[in-house]
Design a protein around this ligand. Structure first.
Ligand code: PLP
Length: 386
């Protein structure tokens, strides 16, 4: 078997339809959409279509879409742009399990006099909503809570949270980078003010993202420059990337329910087979409220990186729940926030599927994994002491 790609939360395959839609905008229709001539103008029309397609997937108005370079830029713009408009307020509320695009931004702002409140999660990764409610006060400038967690797939009750935040008249931002295309959205009916997405998690290319800005939300531009994006984000547009993202949103909107049911069935099949054939395994995250494509499994007493290396020999791509910090492997901040025990957090693997995975691939991984796990456990110093 060739590559078995199960790391779509890291980045996803660019859809063939997306590549086809983008191709003319490199060598043929390379005009600048800001130009006065029609050669550039025709590109502007295609950007308008992409904006419409993104808006249609999100359930919002095309004018509420700002194209950015990535999810990280969208998150930075949402947080920093909101703070710039509420200079008298100094408190930011977020969670302990956000992606670094939000968490590092907030922690850096702490050095500039802001107070950061990071709401905790329970052992299933569920957010403490009461703690969030109690933290909101008159000094709060923005609340930023992710839609779905990139490591465990846990989906937060964003509708409920947005309503709580809105009732206090505070701006609400959500990082929906992992949720978009996997969960249906209707932003017009929600209380979300700002929402970030990224092209490369949705079968569009890297280097393009979106920030949804609800009409009336006060936001200062983060990237200053030309008058692109109606003066809300300077910089010549990534034309092909934007067109590709529009197409990817159209593809996602066309079959969001059917595709996600099929992917969820594959994910469940993989989980069932692994849990049945590998002892001492557990699923991390809220199994009741999870992205359909994600599973995060801890294999106790062995290291996730060793599992990854052995999977790699069979062409299988996944991720581990550890990050290299100062030369040593540390369990991820998400698993630590959930209180996952040391021996389990070190052996965690994330499989994240997409519409391109097949049942044959699931069965291939489920067949190879038990041998890998038992081989590593025979070598593990932790097994005897357990
Ligand atoms: N937010 C979440 C939840 C993510 O998973 C990621 C990427 O993994 C990002 C933000 C950053 O997106 P980008 O890679 O487009 O900057």
């Amino acid at each position: 078997m060739s590559t078995v790609y199960m790391d779509s939360n890291a980045t996803s395959k660019v859809a063939d339809e997306v590549i086809e839609e983008m191709a003319p905008y490199f060598g043929q229709l390379y005009g600048n959409p800001s130009s006065m001539h029609s050669f550039g103008g025709q590109v502007g029309k295609k950007i308008a279509l992409a904006r419409q397609r993104v808006a249609s997937l999100l359930g919002c108005d095309p004018d509420e879409i700002i194209f950015t370079s990535c999810g990280t830029e969208s998150d930075n713009t949402a947080i920093r742009g909101s703070l710039a408009m509420t200079a008298d307020k100094r408190k930011i509320i977020t969670t302990r399990v956000e992606h670094p695009a939000v968490l590092s931004t907030c922690r850096e702002l702490e050095h500039h006099g802001y107070t950061i409140v990071e709401i905790g999660v329970d052992k299933h990764g569920r957010l403490n909503i009461d703690e969030l409610k109690d933290s909101i006060d008159d000094d709060t400038a923005i609340v930023s809570v992710m839609y779905a967690n990139n490591e465990t797939g846990t989906v937060f009750p964003i509708g409920e949270i947005a309503e709580i935040v809105k009732s206090k008249g505070i701006t609400f931002h959500t990082d929906a980078v992992q949720a978009i295309g996997k969960i249906p959205m209707d932003l017009a009916k929600s209380n979300i003010d700002l929402l970030s997405i990224s092209g490369h998690k949705l079968h569009a290319p890297k280097g393009v993202g979106v920030l949804y800005v609800r009409k009336g939300t006060r936001l200062a531009p983060f990237m200053l420059g030309g008058h692109q994006e109606s003066g809300r984000r300077g910089g010549t547009e990534n034309v092909a990337g934007i067109i590709g993202l529009g197409k990817a949103c159209q593809l996602a909107a066309d079959d969001i329910k059917d595709e996600n049911t099929r992917v969820k069935d594959l994910r469940d099949r993989l989980e069932e087979k692994i849990l049945a054939s590998c002892p001492d395994c557990m699923i991390n995250g809220d199994v009741e409220n999870r992205l359909p494509n994600t599973t995060n499994i801890s294999f106790e007493f062995i290291e996730g990186e060793a599992i990854l290396l052995m999977l790699d020999k069979f062409g299988i791509c996944a991720s581990s729940g550890s990050a290299c910090t100062s030369g040593s492997l540390e369990p991820s901040h998400v698993l630590r926030a959930m209180g996952v025990p040391f021996t389990a957090a070190h052996g965690s693997i994330r499989f994240s599927l997409s519409r391109y995975n097949t049942q044959q691939e699931i069965d291939f991984v489920a067949e190879k994994l038990p041998d890998i796990v038992s081989t590593l456990r025979r070598l593990s110093p932790f097994v005897k002491t357990s």
